[in-house]
Ligand binder design. Structure first.
Ligand code: ARG
Length: 701
């Protein structure tokens, strides 16, 4: 060791668990023993004195957590960045620590008010002194990290803590001599784990298990090759010894009750400065929101999105509309540990309706396609909401809105045109929007309201509310009438369950009644329907009697075979072979249908499109201009349809499985309604209701 190590401690004369500011303190108020705390602290003090000089700061009554000197500040060279405690319970410690540092001649840096940072508890230098690992998520704000980089002239790597038990970085992360790192990976988010893995070679990472982690094994004081800690498993001790360390255990159970152990009780005040570049990858951007921000819950959603995505925020401005109809505006600064993370967050914020501000231009950034069917890495992924992009200072609408596409921009004689395009359709020479600037989406304000209130359970276990299903059916019947009579378009996606559950005759009634203008499904619905029409069974089940017919499964293939002989479903109808059923009605009433193939298809029917790209294109064509999509018990085809459908198209999803309904109606769009019920029953209710309406509703002629 070149320089003697100096450590700051604070005697536990006023130590107590007086309040709860971390999960360890829960249930421990006034449960610690002062005598035992004194004894444990002294033992630690004596051990450390063998390896370092220990300085003391005077404890003060009323500030029981002052023993945890790690949180006094962060020292590098002769500079200290003072802590700004997150919880008021500890803020009173700040002046005492500040005084101590000033008395020792440190240059004291203080962060702006309300920018929390909890010192060496959340910032750990690697033992070579070349870089600083800084935590955020519970006590320290990400925006404090750039100050550390600047004031201490050190590279800062930000790590996000996600487990409340490990609220300070030093509770789960401990850089050791010779480049080793002792840590508990589950305490960090995925991004942070990747960062650690990128920066610390695998043979230097010493991972502790949960038992060691909750015994505060990572909260260790490392001086040269000695590691002082509360307790470690034999396995961990063996690992450390094999790496050349000597492990000293000293019980600190009284301090665990407040959420701290060896490292928390110390602050290293001699951290030699190493020449190193000052850098931080932290990015920040300003985003604007406008609308009924409070009523719609948009601000909450946006701020949650930022935090859940690994970023942090600062609300710079918030102007609240005075009356109910007035809009509010907000300006929020978003920070994230690096460019990839911030782009991810910004993309989601744009979907919520935010406009991202850039320094130089308000326009969307465009990048040329250089390989057909492949977009640049940071291409903007579209959502279902009406979208506009700014080109040459003007907002232009994006055409063919759908989700999961790129926005391609082409120059025409009438100016630039923007259009949603699937990756596979991108052409060399075209440009697509990258990043998240100069893009805005418009969603109905209420479209953010939670979905759960619109999902109705009927036959599902637990709460079943028949009346609520009837209410939805009434509404859908009303919509179907209106759409038909106004020359609109209603499309159905249907799975074979429609046939099994006896829904076929009702679906036929709807087709005959002119309510349906397109049918989307797979091979199965058509085969089941045709089998029923030809043989009275559906996958071998007698639909009249509800029993399986001996050898009935052959019916399935025979039905396919019959249609194959005819050439197509339409030809089977024409030849008089197929005389009833859903497919028959489609042919008879010129309702276009598309059957998308899959790996498990029997046959298939000649009409089934086994080229999936072509099937997707057929679906898209049939959906175009739809006002309503009725999704009947087919998750796969309905999800496919959902991806192609812009917001504003009403989607009604009916399935007996609540998980399917939730998945499908969870598009954050006001227009989707989920109904958990038996689909056959639903269709019969719907037809009944439409029949009732016939007398009362005079259709325009
Ligand atoms: N009760 C203290 C708090 O919650 C414990 C601090 C532990 N210090 C540490 N560096 N982890 O703030």
């Amino acid at each position: 060791m070149t320089q003697p190590v100096q450590i700051l401690m604070c005697a536990p004369h006023h130590y107590e668990v007086d309040y709860v500011i971390n999960p360890w303190m829960e249930g421990n108020i006034h449960r610690s023993s002062r005598d035992r705390a004194e004894e444990q602290w002294h033992q630690l003090y004596e051990i450390l004195k063998e390896h370092a000089t220990v300085e003391l700061v005077e404890p003060h009554p009323g500030w029981p957590d002052m023993v945890f000197t790690a949180n006094a500040g962060l020292v590098l060279g002769d500079t200290v960045v003072l802590s700004r405690f997150f919880h008021p319970e500890r803020q009173g410690e700040e002046p005492y620590f500040e005084q101590w540092f000033a008395d020792q001649g440190f240059t004291v840096k203080t962060l702006p008010k309300s920018l929390p940072f909890e010192g060496a508890g959340d910032a750990l230098l690697d033992r070579a002194g070349e870089l600083l690992w800084a935590g955020y998520g519970f006590r320290t704000e990400l925006d404090a990290h750039p100050y550390l980089a600047q004031w201490l002239d050190v590279e800062v790597l930000s790590l996000r803590l996600i487990d409340r038990r490990f609220y300070h970085l030093d509770t789960c992360f401990c850089p050791l001599t010779d480049g080793y790192l002792l840590y508990y990976p589950p305490a960090f988010d995925t991004y942070s784990n990747h960062l650690i893995e990128r920066r610390v070679p695998a043979d230097k990472r010493i991972v502790v298990d949960e038992v060691d982690a909750v015994n505060f094994a990572c909260n260790a004081v490392n001086i040269d090759h000695t590691i002082v800690l509360n307790q470690a498993s034999d396995q961990l001790k063996k690992t450390l010894v094999a790496r050349g360390f000597q492990v000293v255990e000293t019980p600190l159970t009284e301090f665990l009750k407040a959420g701290g152990a060896a490292k928390c009780l110390t602050l290293r005040v001699t951290e030699p400065r190493q020449a190193s570049p000052r850098a931080t990858a932290i990015q920040n951007r300003i985003v604007h929101f406008e609308g009924h921000l409070l009523d719609s819950g948009l601000v909450n959603r946006a701020l949650d999105t930022i935090v859940a995505g690994g970023g942090s925020f600062q609300v710079l401005n918030f102007t609240l509309g005075e009356q109910r109809q007035d809009v509010s505006t907000a300006e929020v600064k978003v920070s994230a540990p690096d460019a990839a993370v911030i782009e991810d967050i910004l993309g989601q914020l744009v979907d919520l309706g935010a406009v991202v501000q850039s320094e130089d231009t308000a326009d969307a950034h465009l990048e040329a396609i250089v390989q057909a069917g492949v977009a640049p890495d940071d291409f903007y992924v579209t959502a279902i909401y009406p979208t506009e992009i700014s080109v040459d200072g003007r907002w232009i609408p994006v055409q063919a809105q759908r989700m999961d596409a790129a926005i391609a921009v082409t120059q025409t004689a009438d100016g630039p045109v923007a259009c949603c395009k699937l990756l596979r359709d991108l052409q060399v020479g075209e440009s697509v929007v990258v990043g998240s600037e100069g893009i805005r989406t418009r969603r109905k304000d209420t479209s953010l309201k939670p979905r759960s209130s619109e999902e109705f359970s009927f036959m599902g276990a637990g709460v079943s509310s028949e009346r609520r299903v009837e209410l939805v059916v009434e509404q859908i019947a009303w919509d179907l009438r209106r759409i038909r009579d106004q020359g609109g378009k209603a499309v159905v996606t249907a799975g074979p369950v429609v046939i099994h559950t006896g829904g076929s005759e009702h679906l036929q009634t709807l087709i005959r009644g002119g309510y349906i203008h397109g049918l989307l499904g797979g091979n199965a619905i058509a085969v089941h329907d045709i089998e029923q029409a030809l043989m009275g069974t559906s996958l071998g089940m007698d639909m009249q009697r509800g029993v399986s017919v001996h050898g009935g499964h052959r019916h399935h293939l025979k039905a396919i075979n019959t249609i194959r002989r005819c050439g197509s479903i339409a030809q089977a109808v024409e030849q008089g072979v197929l005389q009833s059923g859903v497919m028959y009605e489609c042919v008879k009433h010129n309702v276009p249908f598309s059957l998308a193939g899959s790996i498990r298809d029997d046959g298939p029917l000649p009409d089934t499109q086994m080229d999936l790209l072509q099937a997707q294109a057929d679906y898209a064509r049939l959906i175009e201009g739809a006002d309503l999509v009725l999704m009947l018990s087919t998750m796969l085809h309905s999800i496919g349809v959902g991806n192609m459908t812009p917001a504003g198209v009403k989607m009604v999803c009916v399935d007996i499985n609540p998980a399917v309904v939730t998945k499908l109606s969870d598009r954050g769009s006001l227009e989707s309604i989920g109904v958990v019920t038996d689909v056959g029953l639903f269709l019969s209710l719907l037809v009944n209701q439409l029949n009732k309406l016939t007398g009362e509703y005079a259709a325009p002629v």
